[in-house]
Design a protein around this ligand. Structure first.
Ligand SMILES: *Cc1c(COP(=O)(O)O)cnc(C)c1O
Length: 220
């Protein structure tokens, strides 16, 4: 049986290897352990193994789990990787260290207002609907420039671009396109790659990979 701390080591080794093959530094790639649907008891072994960077996709779930875990472990960072409703912007700014799902002007407004009110600035990634899928979050490829401009004008630090490519096709062209878009806009951060494709994402420039299943096992 492999527990999550063994999986963590295995994934870190794969990240190091993929980085080496791409002639990149391992330290330039952050592993975000996606802990959505996992209980505090499932998360604790990773914290005990020294891991500090986690991702959640729901505000409410993060509010229920993380304040207590943050009390128990120093230096924890929690990133929001799921869709965010504008009416939860305040809570999101309180709870998270980075937001990966800034994808529309109304959310720029809500987040800027929340950050000003709390005097707490957290970096955001602009989520891009890279496969142009109607049901998916993320701004249209053609809207990246405007969204970036409005976020920066509102005082939000834009860390880079994020995507969740279409699930059945080869993700590589989508990762490559996101990397090109980021470069064209002078952005360094690239949040891309999940359990099945993080090595491909690293090859194409990912700075943040978001891995859930490969760490914790299948979600039930
Ligand atoms: C769930 C989720 C992940 C992790 O997916 P796995 O396939 O379990 O690694 C990554 N990014 C986002 C946005 C997610 O919602």
């Amino acid at each position: 049986m492999t527990d999550s701390s063994e999986s963590l080591r295995a994934i870190q080794e794969k990240i190091a290897k993929a980085a080496g093959l791409a002639q990149r530094e391992e330290d330039d790639i952050d592993l975000i352990a996606i802990s959505k649907t996992r209980s505090a008891d499932e998360i604790r072994p990773l914290l005990e193994a020294g891991h500090r960077l986690f991702g959640e996709n729901r505000v409410q779930e993060a509010a229920a789990k993380w304040p207590e875990l943050r009390e128990a472990f120093d230096g924890v960072k929690v990133h929001l990787v799921g869709q965010l409703q504008s009416n939860k912007a305040d809570e999101a700014v309180q709870l998270f260290d980075v937001i990966h799902s800034l994808d529309r002007p109304s959310l720029v407004k809500a987040l800027a207002k929340a950050m000003n009110k709390q005097d707490r600035r957290i970096p955001c990634f602009l989520q891009v609907n890279i496969g142009e899928e109607p049901q998916k979050g993320g701004c249209a490829i053609g809207d990246v420039s405007d969204l970036l401009e409005s976020a920066q004008a509102a005082g939000i630090e834009v860390a880079g671009l994020m995507c969740v490519p279409p699930s059945v096709v080869n993700p590589a062209p989508h990762f490559a396109l996101l990397a090109k878009l980021a470069k064209d806009h002078g952005l360094d951060g690239l949040s891309m790659g999940m359990s099945g494709d993080f090595e491909t994402a690293i090859k194409l420039g990912a700075t943040h990979v978001r891995v859930g299943t490969a760490l914790f096992g299948k979600r039930v």
